[in-house]
Design a protein around this ligand. Structure first.
Ligand code: ATP
Ligand code: FE
Length: 351
């Protein structure tokens, strides 16, 4: 069926049209310029912008796909987790369109959208192992079905993308920090600075990145105190050390997650990575060689489908619809919605 997807849980207003696994259109309208002056996403401003722009996003998505609203056969909308004002805007519009057209409505967990994206872009069978690694997330999941996820572990504080961004800020490099730190690291010596390897001494798949950020700050301050500033080589060496530490920690935890996943003896073992940090060449190649070592297929969807978008919501919705899932006008918007509680009923107060 032709599915309309809606996404408005953070600071991107998005609409997409999907038929089967073909993305007919995917419109993402960012709000970066609205929040820039505040140093973070302001919930009230985000909610207002979503309310104002969702209609337009849908209109453009229809136009790009060359279809009209009455042709839409189902509506999939992000019902959480996220900033409640934005989620509500999306859920209300989704209900309105579904009711107006008299077509099925399905509420989608935003994180499930991310976690199912590899099945939109690649022929991946359940169960597969997934690492979501972005500016806001870092978690290992075994994905068994559209509503069946097991979380193996994740960050107990910052996400790695956030740590890349803070490191760039500490060193006076441009934002977003990931690409600038990666570029600097290419000319650096990772061994000059001994940075911590948080949580490696503990069993399990949990991670931590806030200590790394503090260590970076300390090394920078030591250099500034000793020589009055940073030389270009200092910056490169610090970036190389930081990226090396993140890669080491992520690779080691991935090794553990793979071992847990492989215990299930999946028929066609696969590991998928998604999120902005997956764009990092050093981190990606570490994961790729780990997978090769274990005979596990490595999948990394294109970045435009890994960052927030509505095509992933439409796709997750299509799997839920195929599984018989339907939601009514009592579909709730949920600020919090852990993935492993995905099968929980979606009605009533989400709080
Ligand atoms: P969310 O998971 O809530 O959507 P987000 O919108 O911040 O969070 P993404 O857009 O997936 O996440 O990723 C952005 C993050 O990825 C930024 O923190 C950025 O620094 C990081 N990033 C981008 N490119 C690289 C790179 N080459 N190396 C490391 N990190 C990178
Ligand atoms: Fe997201």
């Amino acid at each position: 069926p032709l599915i309309l997807g809606l996404e408005s849980s953070c600071d991107d207003t998005a609409a997409a049209l999907l038929r089967g696994r073909e993305v007919l259109s995917s419109v993402v309208m960012g709000q970066a310029e609205l929040h820039a002056a505040f140093g973070g996403v302001v919930p009230e401003i985000a909610a207002r912008a979503h309310a104002e722009k969702l209609d337009l996003a849908v209109e453009r998505a229809l136009e790009d796909a060359g279809v009209t609203l009455p042709q839409v056969e189902a509506v999939a909308v992000t019902a959480g987790p996220g900033l409640i004002g934005g989620v509500l805007s999306g859920v209300m519009l989704g209900k309105g369109i579904a009711a107006g057209l008299d077509v099925p409505l399905v509420g989608v967990n935003h994180l499930a959208g991310h976690a199912l994206t590899p099945r939109l872009t690649d022929d991946l069978t359940y169960p597969y192992l997934m690492l979501l690694v972005s500016g806001g997330h870092c978690q290992f999941l075994i994905v068994r079905g559209p509503q069946d996820f097991s979380r193996l572990g994740g960050t107990i504080d910052d996400a790695p993308g956030e740590a890349f961004d803070k490191t760039a800020r500490i060193l006076g490099l441009p934002q977003p920090g990931g690409p600038s730190v990666e570029a600097e690291a290419a000319g650096g010596n990772a061994r000059r600075f001994a940075l911590p390897r948080p949580l490696l001494d503990r069993p399990g798949c949990d991670l931590s990145f806030s200590g790394l950020k503090t260590a970076m700050l300390r090394e920078r301050d030591k250099l500034v105190a000793a020589q009055g500033g940073l030389h270009a080589q200092d910056r490169a060496d610090l970036c190389a050390a930081f990226q090396g530490a993140v890669r080491h920690v992520l690779a080691e935890k991935t090794r553990r997650a793979l071992a847990l996943y492989l215990e299930e003896a999946p028929e066609v073992p696969a590991f998928a990575i998604a999120g902005g940090v997956a764009a990092n060449g050093a981190i990606r190649s570490a994961m790729e060689s780990l997978c090769a070592e274990h005979g596990v297929a490595f999948v990394a969807p294109p970045l435009r489908l890994c960052t927030d978008n509505a095509a992933m919501i439409a796709y997750a919705g299509s799997e839920l619809l195929a599984a018989g899932e339907r939601h009514g006008m009592d579909l709730a918007a949920r600020p919090r919605w852990p993935l492993d509680a995905s099968a929980a009923p979606l009605v009533g107060s989400g709080r």
